[in-house]
Ligand binder design. Structure first.
Ligand code: ATP
Length: 256
């Protein structure tokens, strides 16, 4: 797989604990892949490895043919990988619009003089950023909340704003860590439609970690299952739901 994300025999140890072991899988361009497994299986650790928070003890991670380990998180963001977090991480005292604007700055390479003088080029750039931020907020139904403090939004809206912020960095690959957590059934349905929509609209690849099996089985094209950091199965939602190893390790009676 020359384009997209590729993990090959990736291992990370924390002292005596092998949190991820010899893990290989990939996400092709424009693909929507699920990564599932029991609590503590290593899913968030995989996200932390892909985004440069951790460096693997062994193995390789490539994105569009470029090696990822050793790069800093902001360099990886610039390569086109964005993520959301299991525990929402917004600038809670900033407005909704400023949260998105701040994320958009990742791609700007402004000199201090340029920012201080606030000349016509600066003004034009600012106007373009605001227009783009508002367009994204509009798609997510959050444009009316633009001036609200992020902390004053309800939980579902905060989760959506997290995705908007990730999209604002113009990713090619979006990593979503439990985006449906705490959502009610109708919010989950909206979320599924939204993920499908943004994937098409922005030609995104998506890697989804999620415990809600209706969401995972409903939107993923392919699913990798891990247990104790090791892959125990990979396949289409249908194959995964019928896999005895997955049923035993994770799905249990829910899949029957
Ligand atoms: N920085 C760290 N130091 C030590 N152990 C860690 C560290 N990060 C993760 N772990 C351990 O690695 C294992 C995998 O954790 P991880 O959070 O990746 O699981 P998860 O599959 O995301 O779980 P959940 O579904 O509950 O979010 C756990 O045993 C966890 O305690």
């Amino acid at each position: 797989m020359s384009s997209g994300l590729e993990l090959k025999d990736v291992t990370i140890r924390f002292g005596g604990l092998k949190a991820v072991g010899d893990l290989s899988f990939g996400v092709g361009q424009g693909e929507l892949v699920g990564l599932i497994g029991p609590n503590g299986a290593g899913k968030t650790t995989v996200f932390n490895l892909i985004t440069g928070v951790y460096t693997p003890t062994a193995g390789q991670i490539h994105f569009e043919g470029i090696s990822v380990p050793g790069k800093k998180p902001h360099e990886i963001t610039r390569m086109g990988i964005a993520r959301t977090f299991q525990n929402i991480r917004l600038f809670s005292s900033l407005s909704v619009l400023d949260n998105v604007r701040a994320a958009m700055m990742t791609h700007l390479k402004r000199g201090i003089l340029h920012s201080l003088t606030r000349g016509p080029v600066f003004q034009k750039e600012e106007a373009a950023i605001e227009a783009e931020a508002l367009e994204l907020l509009d798609i997510f139904g959050l444009a009316d909340a633009r001036d609200k403090n992020a902390k004053d939004m309800n939980y579902g809206d905060q989760r959506r704003l997290e995705i908007v912020r990730a999209l604002a960095t113009k990713p090619k690959l979006l990593l979503l860590d439990e985006p449906a957590a705490g959502m009610n059934p109708s919010e989950k349905d909206d979320l599924m439609n939204l993920i499908r929509f943004i994937k098409e609209r922005y030609n995104l690849a998506v890697l989804l970690v999620e415990h809600d099996m209706k969401v995972v089985m409903g939107i993923c094209e392919r699913i990798a299952v891990i247990e104790y950091g090791c892959k125990i199965a990979e396949g289409t939602p249908k194959q995964i739901q019928c896999d005895p190893k997955v049923i035993e390790a994770y799905l249990g009676v829910a899949a029957e």
